[in-house]
Design a binder for this molecule. Sequence first.
Ligand code: FA5
Length: 351
Amino acid sequence: MNSGVLELRNKLDSALQQAASVAELENLKVEYLGKKGSVTALLKEMGKLSPEEKKSFGSEVNALKDYAAQAIADKAELLQKLELQKELDAVEEFDISMPPVLDRGSYHPVTLVQRKCEEVFRTMGFTVEDYSEIVTDYECFESLNIPKFHPARDMQDTYYLDNGQLLKTQTSAAQNAIYKKYKDALINEGKPIKAVFPGRCFRNEATDACHENTFFQMEGVMVGKDISIANLIYSMKTMLSEVFENYGLKVRLRPGFFPFVEPGFELDISCQICGGEGCPSCKHSGWLELCPCGMIHPNVLREGGIDPDVYTGFAFGLGLTRLAMMKYGVKDIRDLNSGSLTAMSQFFDDK
Ligand code: FA5
């Protein structure tokens, strides 16, 4: 055998013996068989040899090439087996007689509260409507008496799509469509409009213990002849008492401004986390702003095809996520969107 071929083969054998990982073998492959590798370099010696020597040298180099490829592959297989065995040895022994641990899930607290509210409103004759999360500027603002450049828009910055649509900031965005859907039955058959529409809302704002950029609301409207603030207060009190199973629950109404209601109110409930003493969840006021509401503005009814001189109505926008916080004692609203099983597992049915 040519001395150069023999020397390279011996060098490869000892390198293979020392190689301890698949990664090292990859390097060896490049070092010996790569385009600039040692075996390829040997071929450059050919020019110095006689025609007879060239023939035997060429076949010896080819044989070395095959040998190197096979030897590297064999060693790689061996190392892979050893690495797998090492991993298996590290796995703790598995006891098949152990009872299974079944991690059962549950509905999210917001879903539970939403379903409870839907159930209560259904018993009061309301229909439950679904509405999209992506809406137009008209649906979210203009149809609600909030023209372009109205300062009320500043409080509800949101995420805009390239096509001009936006992620809805409030479930009120469905009001106009609901009025148009049911106005004929109201006008022709005298059927009052009674609907709730829960949905996810989005606002481009900083988060804290009681604000998220993604949260749930439930809108409700009732429109008919002689609908008054008394109907509004009765509906809200009935719903909240049922949700909290607390018929002595304290609520308060404060004047509130929303361009789509007149008069408008803020309905607060006493903080169910601190019992009204004051805590971070209620910004130390003892009250949590839960449900703005009011009598639907004539412009909004008119835009929905309903004559405000004949019909009146109330609307409310319940903060469902905040309601879930109150009901389940969640101190930080961000836990509800965290996807953390540790935070949420306390609400699982079997806990
Ligand atoms: C509105 O969104 C009005 N559309 C409500 C309304 C409907 C008024 C019909 C009158 C008639 P507001 O921005 O205050 O109003 O939000 C309503 C409720 O949603 C709040 O009381 C609060 O409970 C909840 N909410 C608002 N912003 C957030 C937020 N960033 N994170 C969590 N909950 C929020």
